[in-house]
Design a protein around this ligand. Structure first.
Ligand code: BLA
Length: 301
């Protein structure tokens, strides 16, 4: 019997998504100094219940970056996962870099975005500040990585006008295009990070922190990957991974609860509705125009 699942660290070098992660780390090191994040130690060698699955988890910080973390999962002959994100310190209102891919032999489900800290349909100033100049990215990838069809409607307010939401056939060519999009999007995020100026206003910093906390709270509760993580490593280890690694900060950046932010999920007995979506899926086509104006109407879809 091979010792496949043991010592995931070294095997990780062969993972296709390892290439994405190592590019991002190298590119980040050209701009800033990464130090290991406290969560790294506990999560670097997660051993799933099944020998055919390998986890790789890495987390770092840098002067403007509160948390840069990646998780890759490979289940032999079955599926691969990339979950990569970067969160700034609350002194900056930077978008959250978000790359999530779930790949089987047949298809890949992809979200690649600079998730806005502030909902861009409400905060036009935020939309203009970060997205106006990078809208051409949409044009570049719109045909190669087309809109993935109806989506959990609640996700939309966490997405930016440049989001790549796509489901494609898992071919080498498509993965090549995805890699190129990842490189482009990550370079843009790094450039924004480099240019970001530290905020001194306490109220603004507190608001940035609360927005990040709201995002973490949403994803820690409703992330589509959560059920699979529970299956792979069990409920309690999956919860640790989600709360203390993937969405680290959810227990420390704020005190509001999921229902404080998303009261529509409250059940009569005060618990959180387990449904992923209260509204259901909508948006058959891309709901932003080329200028990043929101043109979707959930009711009408
Ligand atoms: C599916 N993942 C999805 C879907 C989206 C995302 C939009 C399609 C289903 C839907 O409409 O919700 C991703 N959604 C996101 C992201 C945000 C969001 C990134 O709102 C950010 C705000 N995916 C992972 C990990 C796993 C994973 C770590 O990131 C597994 C460990 C799996 N994602 C996964 C699976 C599906 C999926 C199995 C298909 C099953 C399903 O639709 O529930």
């Amino acid at each position: 019997m091979s010792s496949g699942g043991v010592g995931g660290g070294s095997l990780g070098a062969g993972l296709p998504y390892h290439k994405f992660v190592s590019f991002a780390l190298e590119e980040t090191r050209l701009r800033t100094t990464l130090t290991p994040h406290p969560s790294q130690e506990k999560f670097k060698s997660i051993k799933p219940n099944d020998d055919n699955t390998v986890f790789n988890a890495l987390s770092s910080s840098a002067p403007k970056i509160r948390l840069l973390r990646s998780l890759t999962i490979e289940k032999k002959n079955s599926y691969q996962v990339l979950d990569f994100a970067a969160f700034s310190e609350p002194e900056y209102d930077l978008p959250i870099f978000c790359a999530n891919v779930f790949t089987t032999h047949a298809q890949s489900i992809v979200v690649l975005d600079l998730n806005p800290l502030y909902d861009t349909t409400v905060h036009k100033d935020y939309k203009d500040k970060y997205y106006r100049s990078i809208m051409p990215l949409v044009h570049k990838y719109n045909e190669l990585l087309p809109w993935g069809g109806k989506i959990t409607s609640e996700s939309l307010k966490f997405f930016s006008p440049i989001v790549i939401w796509t489901i494609f056939e898992s071919t080498e060519h498509n993965h090549h295009v995805l890699h190129s999009a990842f490189v482009d999007y990550y370079k843009v995020w790094l450039e924004l990070m480099d240019q970001a100026i530290k905020e001194n206003n306490k109220a603004t910093i507190a608001r940035n922190q609360e927005e990040q906390h709201k995002y973490l709270t949403w994803r820690a509760e409703k992330d589509p990957g959560y059920p699979l993580l529970k299956k792979l490593i069990g409920e309690s280890r999956a919860e640790d991974l989600v709360m203390e690694f993937l969405f680290e900060g959810v227990n420390t950046l704020g005190t509001k609860s999921f229902l404080d932010y998303f009261p529509e999920y409250a059940r009569d007995d005060g618990s959180v509705n387990k449904k992923r979506s209260m509204i259901g899926k909508s948006f058959e086509t891309r709901p932003w125009d080329a200028n990043g104006e929101f043109i979707g109407d959930a009711e009408a879809q």
